[in-house]
Design a protein around this ligand. Structure first.
Ligand code: ADP
Ligand code: MG
Length: 147
């Protein structure tokens, strides 16, 4: 699925659409260059799940966790850009955070990619002439949820 995202309002709309389908155990793998809009889309998904406060970029903390009642399900927002080895990903205790949560992952390729997981929605963000473009692939699981 290719989605044109000309402005921030479109990011908000797309994030809300994903949020409506998001379940515990899902991974939303956000790829694209620096500035492509990964954090912007993660914020929109969090807001679509009910979060109303700030969403700091997890560039330095790597992991930020959001929990009910602020969000309708536990959500982990991670940015793996600063990880240097897959070993470091394990040391973060990501599996503990992820228990019962949905994961929004920036730079997933730095942490193994997650693509092997059945409920992984991969979204590649590209800078377009007019804003951004998303190339989304969620396999069968997401195809049924977001046709
Ligand atoms: P990333 O996390 O991929 O590095 P960010 O989400 O921080 O990128 O976004 C970088 C900049 O791009 C921000 O200033 C943001 O407002 C802007 N931006 C995001 N999405 C869009 C869009 N669809 N159209 C125009 N600007 C956008
Ligand atoms: Mg970012």
């Amino acid at each position: 699925m290719i989605v044109d995202l000309p402005d921030l309002a479109a990011m908000e709309w797309f994030g809300a659409k994903i949020a409506a389908q998001l379940r515990a155990g899902d991974v939303v793998a956000l790829t694209g260059t620096l500035g492509a809009g990964k954090t912007t889309l993660a914020r929109a998904i969090l807001r679509g799940c009910g979060h109303t406060g700030e969403v700091p970029s997890p560039t330095f903390t790597i992991i930020e966790a959001y929990d009910p009642p602020a969000t309708r399900l536990p959500i982990v927002h991670a940015d793996f850009y600063r990880l240097e080895t897959a070993q470091e990903a394990e040391e973060l205790g990501l599996d503990d955070y992820r228990h019962g949560a949905a994961l929004l992952a920036e730079w997933p390729e730095m942490a193994g990619g997650f693509a092997q997981e059945a409920a992984c929605l991969s979204i590649r963000l590209e800078i377009a002439d007019d804003g951004r473009r998303a190339i989304a692939d969620g396999g069968d699981a997401w195809q049924r949820r977001m046709p």
